[in-house]
Design a protein around this ligand. Structure first.
Ligand SMILES: [Zn+2]
Length: 348
């Protein structure tokens, strides 16, 4: 959700390493506080204005108790404030779900106790600072566009390939959001039909979202496992993505073909994104971004699917790796720092 605190437009447009233009009454460092709220761990990072880590702390997520999660986040913020001798001016939170509605109640969260909860509002009330909640894909793309693999690019599409398949869009260093708050959610577009036709795949896959044959059902970790299983019917064994890579490297033909299918489906699905957005770069995060030769394999296939065939879009794996989510959460606060310094705790 967007915070009820209004951001300063001017600070949004600054280049990432140009620093903030300090307001006259600035008396504290404009540190940026970010939280990555995962299913098993909650991590806080504090970045200085050029992105250097000044504080980092990780605690287990009390995944079954919403109020305990809220308290854990507040406690992490207070620990960092004490350690650094500063007061947080805003807080960014990367949450495993899509916030929606004016009150920011969460939906589709893997940590089910978060579903329907007004996380941003509750944190704002306790911390008395602006709190901005975004999903993990949006945090990844903001991080990489600010000072990662896509720094210097104007239009950046970020992709998460993991338990789920998500995406986010940053244009001119600003996260793009729309009225449905689903910008970049390409994982729930239907898988291009040509992929299944080419590989004579006739079965359909049910997605948790209620639709069938969503891209996510083929490109998530579970999707790759299912593809392998369909190709290797002699075995009842369900292999993880990591197992499939190792099995392929040891010469298993079904594993090799499953990975080739994965690259086919990924390149064909991304072609539809490129045709609409025409990004300068696509950045991959999530566990499956570590598939060997992912970027080169997809790049080689794109020209066969993108309109016109001459593809200049670059592909890259996230520079900040697993830290991209929490760093992106911290960068969410940049537009709010000047306001909160000038007008602390002003919610009008
Ligand atoms: Zn779906």
């Amino acid at each position: 959700m967007r915070s009820i605190f209004k951001p300063l437009e001017s600070s949004v447009k600054q280049a990432p390493k140009a620093g903030f233009s300090r307001p006259p009454r600035l008396t504290v460092q404009p540190f940026q506080f970010g939280i990555d709220l995962g299913g098993t761990k909650t991590e806080l990072i504090v970045l200085d204005r050029v992105g250097r880590t000044q504080f980092k702390q990780r605690v287990p997520t009390p995944a079954s108790h919403y109020q305990a999660i809220v308290q854990a986040i507040v406690s992490l913020v207070r620990q960092a404030e004490t350690s650094l001798g500063v007061t947080a001016q805003a807080l960014g939170v990367g949450a495993p779900g899509t916030p929606f509605g004016l009150d920011g109640r969460l939906k589709n969260a893997n940590t089910t106790c978060l579903i329907g909860q007004p996380l941003a509002t509750d944190l704002q009330n306790l911390l008395a600072i602006p709190v901005i909640v975004e999903n993990d894909a949006n945090c990844l793309v903001l991080s990489e566009a600010t000072d990662g693999a896509a720094s210097g690019a104007n239009t950046v599409f970020g992709v998460i390939l993991g338990t789920g398949v998500g995406g986010g869009l940053v244009v001119n260093k600003q996260l793009v959001n729309g009225p449905n708050r689903i910008t970049g959610e390409w994982g729930h577009n239907p898988l291009p039909r040509w992929f299944k036709q080419k590989n004579a795949m006739t079965s359909r896959r049910q997605c948790y979202c209620g639709l069938e044959d969503c891209i996510e059902t083929y490109l998530s970790g579970q999707g790759l496992s299912l593809t392998y299983k369909e190709l290797n019917r002699a075995s009842d064994e369900t292999l993880t993505a990591k197992d499939i890579v190792q099995t392929a490297q040891s010469g298993d033909e079904a594993a090799r073909v499953a990975i080739e299918h994965y690259f086919d489906a990924l390149s064909q699905s991304l072609a539809t994104v490129i045709n609409v957005i025409d990004p300068d770069i696509i950045v991959f995060g999530g566990g499956l971004s570590q598939l060997p030769s992912l970027c080169a394999s997809v790049q080689a296939r794109l020209s066969g699917h993108v309109f016109g065939g001459d593809v200049q879009t670059r592909l890259a794996v996230a520079t900040h790796g697993d830290s991209s989510g929490v760093r992106g959460a911290a960068w969410l606060t940049r537009p709010y720092l000047g306001q909160s310094l000038d007008h602390p705790h002003d919610q009008t």
